[in-house]
Design a protein around this ligand. Structure first.
Ligand code: PEP
Ligand code: MG
Length: 589
C-alpha cells in the first residue's frame, strides 16, 4: 500500500479502480484496461490508424517529391519507417493483447520507452530521432483519439479519475454516474475544478504532485477528500475498514428525520442555508437536503461549455428552469442569479482575451460593462425569467461605485425596453453586489444606495486579500479564510449592511466548512450558501447550537492574543466546536 498526501479539496470518501486521464500536447490520452474480448477492437483501431497515417504520409511524400528535391522527403520516409517498425508494432500489440491496455495508452507507453532509450544515446543522430518519434507518436495519438472523440466516453464503469489537472469543462463533461472521485497532480482546493467537484458532490484531492506516474489503470485507490490522503493498493483489512467508514459518513451526511427546516438553531432562531448551483447540474433532491433557496446561480456555465455565445432565448430557458426549480423549494424561496462571471481561470473560447494577469484583468462585471450588448441580453433573459418566481440579480467582482451606477443604468434601460414591449418581469427585482475584492468591503457603506443585499464571495476575497492565487498549491498555505484581515473585511461588510438593514450572505466555499461556516453565522451573516451536498452537515451543526453559543463562538478570534496565527485561530475554533458538539468530531477535525 502506498500513501500520498495532497490538498483536501472536496470532502467525502471514495474507493474504486483507477482511471488515468492524460493530457499530452493538448491531446487527452485515456488510459484504461479493456474488457476481455475487446483487445481485437483495439488492434483494429490501431491498424486503421496506421494505415490512415501511412496513406497520408505517402501522399505527402509524393507531393513533396514533385515540388522539391529528394532530401526534403527523407524525414517523412523516416517517419514511415518508424510507423511500420515491426519491433514497435510488436511491442504495442503486446501491451494491447497481454496487458489489455487501450490502443492509445499502449502507443503512449511504448513510445515513451523508446524515447528514453534514444535520449540516453550519445550519438547526436539518434538523439535527433527523438523528434521523429514524437512526430509519429503525435500522429498516431491524434488519429486514435480522433478530433471529436472525448476521452471520457471511454469511462464505462465507476472509477476514480487520476489526472494531471482538469479544466472545469473537462470536469463537467465527465459522466457523473461513473466518477467516484478525483485525484490530481496540480490544482488547489479553491480552483474552479475543486468547486465543481464539490458542486457535483465528488470527493477530490488535488496537489498530489505526481500521482499520475504512481498509479496504473485498474489499481484500487482510496481517497479521503477531507484529509487529502490517497492510499494506493490498500490491503484487505484496510479496505474493509475504509468501506465501513464510508457507510458511517453516509449516515452523518444525511439530514435524516428532522422536523425543523435546515438552518434552524437549537433555540429556534434562523440562519438560512441556500444552495450554490449552475446550469447543467442535476437539481433533484435539493429540497430533501434542506436547501431553502439558491444563494448563487453561476450563470457562466452556460458560456463555459458552449460553442458560441448563448442566445437570449437559450439563457431565458435556463434561468426560467432554475427559477421554477427554486419555487419548488418553498413559496418564498429566492434564487440569486449571478451575471456572467468570466475571467481568471474561467476561460471562455472566443470571448476570453489573452491577458498578462487575467485574475486582475477585464473580467466579470468589468467585461460586461465593456460589452453592453452581452450584458443587456443577459439582463433581459434574467428579467423575463423573474416573472416566474423570486429572482435576484447579483453583480460579481464589483470593486467600485462606478460599476454599480453603470450597471443600474443599464438595468433601467433593459427594464424600460421590456415594458415598452409589454413583456412581463418582476419590476421590484432586487440587485446585490458580491464582496470578493477588498475594495468592495472597504466601499460597502458607499454601495448601500445601489444594493439590496451583499453576498461575500470568500473564494476570491481570500485570494485578493492575501494576494494568493486560489488555484496555486504552492501558495495554498496563505489561503486563509480566517486570517484576521479577511475577518475584518467580513465584519466591515456586515456593519455596512446593518446601516440599511439589508441581508448578507456568504456564498464562497468557506460557508460550507463545518468550522468556518458557523463562524460567519456567528458574526451575523444571514445566509450560508453552499454546494447542496454539504447542507445536511451544516444544518446538523447549526441545529446543535444556540444563538448565545454562536455569540460566544464569534468572540474566539478576538479573545486570542493579537499575534495569534491563523492556525491558532482555527485550532481554538475547532477545540470550541469539539467541546460543544463532540458528536460531529469526525466532521470537524
Ligand atoms: C467566490 O469568489 O467566493 C465565489 C462564490 O465566486 P466563484 O464562482 O469565483 O467561486
Ligand atoms: Mg468569485
Amino acid at each position: 500500500m502506498t500513501t500520498l498526501t495532497g490538498l483536501a479539496t472536496a470532502r467525502g470518501l471514495a474507493c474504486g479502480p483507477v482511471f488515468v486521464y492524460r493530457t499530452d500536447n493538448d491531446i487527452p490520452i485515456p488510459e484504461y484496461i479493456v474488457s476481455p474480448g475487446e483487445e481485437e477492437n483495439e488492434m483494429l483501431k490501431l491498424e486503421h490508424s496506421i494505415s490512415q497515417i501511412r496513406k497520408d504520409l505517402e501522399i505527402m511524400i509524393d507531393q513533396l517529391k514533385l515540388r522539391t528535391g529528394r532530401n526534403d522527403v527523407r524525414v517523412f520516409e523516416c517517419h514511415l519507417m518508424i510507423l511500420e517498425d515491426a519491433f514497435l508494432i510488436d511491442e504495442i500489440t503486446k501491451r494491447i493483447k497481454k496487458d489489455r491496455l487501450n490502443a492509445e495508452a499502449a502507443v503512449k507507453k511504448v513510445f515513451a520507452l523508446h524515447r528514453t532509450q534514444f535520449e540516453r544515446m550519445n550519438d547526436p543522430y539518434f538523439r535527433e530521432r527523438v523528434r521523429d518519434l514524437d512526430d509519429v507518436e503525435r500522429r498516431l495519438l491524434k488519429s486514435l483519439t480522433g478530433d471529436a472523440r472525448e476521452p471520457h466516453l471511454e469511462l464505462k464503469s465507476p472509477s476514480i479519475i487520476i489526472a494531471n489537472d482538469l479544466t472545469p469543462s473537462e470536469t463537467v463533461q465527465l459522466p457523473r454516474e461513473y466518477v467516484l472521485g478525483f485525484a490530481t497532480n496540480g490544482g488547489s482546493p479553491t480552483s474552479h475544478v475543486a468547486l465543481l467537484a464539490r458542486a457535483l458532490a465528488i470527493p477530490a484531492v488535488t496537489g498530489l504532485g505526481d500521482i499520475t506516474s504512481r498509479v496504473a489503470p485498474g489499481e484500487t485507490i482510496l481517497l479521503d477528500g477531507s484529509s487529502g490522503v490517497v492510499e494506493i493498493n490498500p490491503d484487505e483489512e484496510y479496505l474493509a475498514a475504509f468501506k465501513a467508514q464510508i457507510e458511517r459518513e453516509r449516515a452523518l451526511t444525511n439530514l435524516g428525520e428532522n422536523s425543523n427546516p435546515a438552518g434552524t438553531l437549537k433555540d429556534g432562531s434562523q440562519v438560512a442555508i441556500h444552495a450554490n448551483i449552475h446550469p447543467g447540474i442535476p437539481l433533484a433532491g435539493f429540497r430533501e437536503k434542506g436547501a431553502r433557496g439558491v444563494g448563487l446561480y453561476r450563470s457562466e456555465y452556460l458560456w463555459l461549455n458552449a460553442e458560441k455565445e448563448p442566445t437570449e432565448e437559450e439563457q431565458y430557458q435556463a434561468y426560467s428552469e432554475a427559477v421554477r426549480f427554486t419555487r419548488a423549494l418553498g413559496p418564498d424561496a429566492t434564487i440569486t442569479i449571478r451575471v456572467l462571471d468570466i475571467g481568471g481561470d474561467k476561460i471562455v473560447k472566443g470571448i476570453s482575451q489573452k491577458e498578462t494577469n487575467p485574475f486582475l484583468g477585464n473580467r466579470s462585471i468589468r467585461y460586461l460593462l465593456s460589452h453592453p450588448d452581452v450584458f443587456k441580453t443577459q439582463l433581459r433573459a434574467i428579467l423575463r425569467a423573474s416573472a416566474e418566481g423570486h429572482a435576484k440579480i447579483m453583480y460579481p467582482m464589483v470593486s467600485c461605485i462606478e460599476e454599480l451606477k453603470e450597471s443600474a443604468k443599464i438595468l433601467a434601460e433593459v427594464k424600460a425596453a421590456l415594458e415598452k414591449e409589454n413583456i412581463q418581469f418582476d419590476k421590484n427585482i432586487q440587485t446585490g453586489a458580491m464582496i470578493e475584492i477588498p475594495s468592495a468591503a472597504l466601499n460597502a457603506e458607499e454601495f448601500l444606495p445601489y444594493v439590496d443585499f451583499f453576498s461575500i464571495g470568500t473564494n476570491d476575497l481570500v485570494q485578493y486579500t492575501m494576494a494568493a492565487d486560489r488555484g496555486n498549491e504552492s501558495v495554498a498555505y496563505l489561503y486563509q479564510p480566517l486570517n484576521r484581515a479577511v475577518i475584518k473585511l467580513v465584519k466591515m461588510t456586515l456593519s455596512a449592511a446593518k446601516k440599511k438593514g439589508i441581508p448578507v450572505s456568504v456564498c464562497g466555499e468557506s460557508a460550507a466548512d463545518p468550522v468556518i461556516g458557523p463562524y460567519w453565522a456567528a458574526l451575523g451573516v444571514d445566509v450560508l450558501s453552499m454546494s447542496a451536498t454539504y447542507i445536511p452537515v451544516m444544518a446538523k451543526i447549526l441545529s446543535s447550537l444556540t444563538r448565545a453559543e454562536l455569540d460566544e463562538y464569534a468572540s474566539i478570534p478576538d479573545s486570542l492574543p493579537a499575534d495569534s496565527t491563523c492556525k491558532d485561530i482555527i485550532d481554538a475554533c475547532k477545540n470550541w466546536m469539539l467541546k460543544k458538539i463532540p458528536q460531529f468530531a469526525e466532521l470537524i477535525s
